[in-house]
Write a protein that binds this ligand. Structure first.
Ligand code: HEC
Length: 158
């Protein structure tokens, strides 16, 4: 499958220089996945879908099974990079998963599964459901919970 978009090294440099000011300016307005961007009920629905549609490949506990883990350090290291939003993950999930039957779930089901994935990665639920709209997902920064890696750290290989 396609990897999530990854800027070439040459384009990452200026970003790193800008990122401090950029982060300061978006910090007030932009939610992070750690800010409670889904509800407990939504994650419950997501779990039901996950068990039917995803568990056989990614494992009962998202540990990987025959495929890649969807929870844990490695997953967070690759999806928690500062240039990614929740929509990057949503895009991969809704366009390429379940592998072999990609795109067969509704957007709502994909969003619910995302809620479950966030929950299993230790992000707390909140008051509002995660909206199954790419435009909304784009506003949510997907950054790993503290301790955060320095923004100009070399990308983790996966
Ligand atoms: C038939 C097996 C299979 C099923 C079912 C499946 N996946 Fe996958 N998934 C894979 C494989 C294999 C990969 C590794 C990349 C690739 O080969 O496409 C992957 C990759 C991923 C990734 C990217 C992981 C990363 O860190 O790059 C995500 C996210 C994902 N799957 C989510 C899901 C979700 C959510 C479901 C259920 C809706 C699902 N998958 C169902 C096999 C499966």
């Amino acid at each position: 499958m396609e990897n999530p978009p990854r800027p070439p090294a040459a384009r990452r440099r200026p970003y790193a220089l800008l990122s401090l000011g950029f982060c300061l300016s978006i910090a007030a307005a932009t939610p992070f996945v750690a800010d409670g961007v889904y509800t407990k009920e939504q994650a419950e629905r997501g779990r039901a879908t996950y068990d039917v549609e995803c568990a056989r490949c990614h494992g009962d506990k998202l540990q990987g099974g025959d495929s890649t883990p969807l929870a844990g350090e490695r997953f967070l290291a690759s999806w928690g990079r500062p240039n990614l939003t929740l929509d990057d993950l949503y895009y991969v999930v809704r366009k390429t998963m379940p592998k072999e039957t990609a795109g067969t779930l509704t957007r709502q089901e994909y969003a619910d599964v995302m809620a479950y994935v966030l929950q299993q990665n230790g992000f707390a639920p909140g008051e509002k459901e995660l909206t199954p709209d790419p435009a909304v997902m784009k506003t949510v920064r997907f950054e790993a919970p503290a301790p955060r890696a320095p923004h100009d750290a070399p990308p983790t290989s996966r």
